[in-house]
Design a protein around this ligand. Structure first.
Ligand SMILES: C[S@@+](CC[C@H](N)C(=O)[O-])C[C@H]1O[C@@H](n2cnc3c(N)ncnc32)[C@H](O)[C@@H]1O
Length: 286
C-alpha cells in the first residue's frame, strides 16, 4: 500500500493536489477526474431507484461508497485491508455532506467469510476487485444470495487478457515518446518490436500469479444474473497516467486528456480491444 499523507482525503468532492503521492492518480485532481470519477459515473448510471441498500465489496478508500451514500442510499463498504478502511472511515468522519447522507458503514472483512441476512441488498457493487478473487463463481453466488429478488449486481472490472497488439503498439509509442522527453518513470526497450512484446507480456503474464480472465468472470456473471448491460471503457490510459511525470501541470493535464480521448476513439472505431468492462445484471427470482 502506498504511503498516504496524514491529511489525505480520497473524496471526489474534495479533490486537491497531493504532489507527494507520486505513484498515485490522487496526486492531481485532473487525473482523478479522468479515471476514478469516470468509473463512478458508470456506477451511478447503472443504479436506478432511491434509498437503496447497497453493498460495495472491496471498497478500498471508500470514495464510491461515500458518493452513493451522499445520493441517499444506505451503504456498507467492506474491504479486507484494515489500513484502507481506516482511511475510508476518516474521510467519512470529515465529510461536509454528512447531514444529508444516507447511512454509511465500513467494515474490515474478507468477503469470502463475511455474511449478512440473505436478501438484504438492492445492489452489490464490485469495482476493480473481482479479477483478484479466486473462484469468481463462488464469490458471485455469495453476492447473489445477499441480493433481494430483482436486485442488481454492478461490476466494473478490467481484463488485461484482452490486450491486443494494436493496443500495445499504441502504448509503446506514447510511453517511449514520454520516456525520451524525460517524462516517464519506467523504461522500455529501444527496439519497438521488443518494447511491444514487453507490454504484451506484462499485460498477459506479469500482473499477478493468477488474475481472473474476462471469460472466468463473464461466465458466472451471465449464469447467475440476467444481463442488462455489458459495455466497454478506457483503461489502458490509467497505467500511462500513473507513470507519466510531466513537470508542467497544464501540459500534463492536456496530455492526460489527449491519451484518454485517443483510447476512446480507438475503442469506438474498433481499432483496439478495450479491457475495462461494466456488467449490470439482475438477480433471477428464486
Ligand atoms: C484495486 S482495489 C479497488 C478499490 C475500489 N473498489 C476502486 O474501484 O478503486 C481492490 C480492493 O479490494 C480489496 N480486496 C481484495 N480481496 C478482498 C476480499 N477477499 N474481501 C474484501 N476486499 C478485498 C483490496 O484490499 C483492495 O482495497
Amino acid at each position: 500500500m502506498p504511503r498516504y499523507p496524514l491529511d489525505f482525503t480520497p473524496d471526489l468532492r474534495r479533490l486537491k493536489a497531493w504532489p507527494s503521492m507520486k505513484d498515485s492518480l490522487w496526486r492531481q485532481p485532473y487525473l482523478i477526474e479522468l479515471t476514478y470519477a469516470d468509473n463512478f459515473h458508470l456506477v451511478k448510471d447503472s443504479i436506478r431507484g432511491r434509498n437503496l441498500k447497497i453493498l460495495e465489496v472491496g471498497c478500498g478508500t471508500g470514495f464510491m461508497s461515500l458518493e452513493l451514500a451522499r445520493r441517499g442510499h444506505d451503504v456498507v463498504g467492506i474491504d479486507s485491508n484494515q489500513k484502507i478502511i481506516r482511511l475510508a472511515r476518516r474521510t467519512m468522519e470529515t465529510d461536509p455532506y454528512s447531514k444529508t447522507r444516507g447511512s454509511l458503514r465500513y467494515e474490515v472483512a474478507d468477503f469470502n467469510k463475511w455474511s449478512d441476512i440473505p436478501g438484504t441488498y438492492d445492489v452489490v457493487l464490485f469495482s476493480r476487485v473481482l479479477h483478484d478473487l479466486p473462484y469468481p463463481k463462488n464469490i458471485l453466488f455469495r453476492a447473489c444470495r445477499l441480493l433481494k429478488n430483482g436486485g442488481r449486481v454492478v461490476c466494473i472490472e478490467y481484463a488485461y487478457d484482452r490486450t491486443d497488439r494494436r493496443s500495445a503498439t499504441w502504448l509503446y509509442q506514447i510511453r517511449r515518446a514520454l520516456e525520451l522527453t524525460g517524462c516517464y518513470s519506467s523504461h522500455l526497450p529501444e527496439n519497438p518490436k521488443e518494447g511491444i512484446d514487453t507490454i504484451m507480456n506484462d499485460a498477459l503474464y506479469r500482473r499477478r500469479e493468477h488474475i481472473n480472465t474476462f471469460e472466468e468472470m463473464k461466465h458466472p456473471l451471465e449464469q447467475l444474473f440476467v444481463k442488462e448491460r455489458l459495455s466497454w471503457h478506457c483503461y489502458h490510459c490509467w497505467d500511462v497516467l500513473i507513470d507519466m511525470r510531466v513537470p508542467d501541470r497544464k501540459r500534463e493535464k492536456k496530455l492526460a486528456s489527449l491519451f484518454k480521448r485517443m483510447e476512446q476513439l480507438l475503442i469506438d472505431s474498433g481499432e483496439i480491444q478495450p479491457v475495462l468492462f461494466r456488467f449490470v445484471g439482475t438477480k433471477v427470482p428464486v
